[in-house]
Design a protein around this ligand. Sequence first.
Ligand code: ADP
Ligand code: MG
Length: 593
Amino acid sequence: MSFPREGDLSSSPQQQVPIFVLKEGTTESKGRQAQRNNISAAKLIAELVKSALGPRGMDKMLVSSIGDVTITNDGATILKEVDIEHPAAKMMVEVAKSVDNEVGDGTTSAVVLAGALIEKAEELISKQVHPTVIVEGYQMASEKAIEFLRDAATKLDDSAVGGKNKETLLRIAQTSMASKLVSGESADLAKIVVQAVLDVAEERIVDEREGETRQQQPQQQKKFRVDIDNTKMEKKAGGSLNDTQLIYGIVLDKEVVHGGMPKRIHGAKIALLNAPMEIEKTEMSAEIRISEPQQMQMFLEEENRMLKSMVDKVVAAGANIVLCQKGIDDIAQHYLSKAGIMAVRRIKESDMHKLAKATGARVVNNIDELTASDLGSADLAEERKVETDKWVFIEGCKNPKAVSILIRGGSQRVVDEAERSVHDAIMVVKDVLEYPYVIAGGGAPEALVAARLRDWSGSLSGRTQIAAYRFAEAIETIPITLAENAGMDPLDTQVQLRARVAESLERSGQGRAEIVKAKYGINVIEGKVADVSKQNIFEPLAVKEQVINSATEAASMILRIDDVIAASKSKSEGHAGRGGMGAGGGEMGDFGE
Ligand code: ADP
Ligand code: MG
């Protein structure tokens, strides 16, 4: 780096030596330009997923660089599979990811809403409203929106939450699958999903403070916690979606180790071993010198004896099934099979935990310590043929705290998308169990919140008022997009929807502050604005809240940026990297999972 000498600057500008602050090759876009770029990129991403929203939304076919095909309707999956280069666009992808992680559903809605918020902001910016004012207005409006959403939600009573009244949970699961490839089978799949989640849900005593973080709740209340890791999903192409089944236990994609072992055991007593049934090789290289044939014989016999004593311990404990995380030696296999014991080896650690939860067994790290009390039980353990593979089913567990869902379907693409949809459905049921509030779907809550926000925005002073008003318009994009995807006219829909909502607000009482339930939305099947509250479309309040929070956060973050400084691509990628192959190599980490 070099600096011009003092006097030079004024006297002879021609000789001025430039100051390099940023590394050569760094590009910077500032102010309006930076903003415009970011806004366009974010809008583009929203545009990309928009047509996938709702039951009438279209699917996307994504082809990866190595030719893998994914067909999906899930916003998060679409964005994960697409190579995205622009930093602001990547932030939109983050929105989908964070919603997916938190609540599992509503990913498309979140991206569409974030895009709409940014689009509305663009109009304001062009009218000289400062981005920080917009962000402030958005922030206030989003808090108010959550408040209105809560007004519009219904609390589930304990019997519904505890599963005695499963109807609502089934509808929640079904609504989440309504927009997917599996919608035709959603009724049957919903039963499986709800049962699975209820099985693994753990009731716990309410921690008062914890209850408060989301909403003030009465003290004595049943609370559930669901760890969705305890619902194991296995998928296999073949058969049809209707063959998908819930297994009260665990399915292992492994076969029984030895041909001589029983393939079917009723009244299974299961030992879970996290220790090898092998003679372990020494760490150091050891050498054994054998000079006489007898010594060899003795050596082998000793090995034999050690393996047999391992098997004896299993027999003594009373197990008839051994599920081992490590290897099982051929000789041990032989003795096990002679004892009539079924064995499976090299089971994943995560599966061992699930097996323990499902069967009530304890994972034993040292065979010497194995006792009868460590064993778990299941009605049936059986090796079955699933298409071309042999899998072991441990099923009929009593009160299992881990279960499996075996997903079947016509082709690999179908089972892949079915797995994603079932995952979403599991998540929404979990959401409702943990935060027992539901709200109507079909764009009704968004239409209601928009109307109430417009009303409320009048009470604000200054330019934040305009921003809050625009926020209301952005929220309306959800019902309007649902309508558009169902082939309805967006403008007519907007007019009709506003009229119906205003009417219902008027009717609901003198004071508009009175609690109002979401009612008017889009009936996508008949393609009209209608009272959707009777259509059994229900969604978790948790999802709607998360959608608004994540979308507002992302939009605010993008709007605040007025300077983008991008380092030059690393040398190894070469200069060609900017254009054609830019999206490749370096960024792999982002969508690699
Ligand atoms: P997301 O990824 O945001 O969940 P979806 O494609 O699953 O996107 O669409 C969800 C939207 O579709 C929600 O607003 C939901 O209320 C709506 N929806 C679901 N089922 C129906 C239905 N039967 N009629 C109208 N709207 C529906
Ligand atoms: Mg959905």
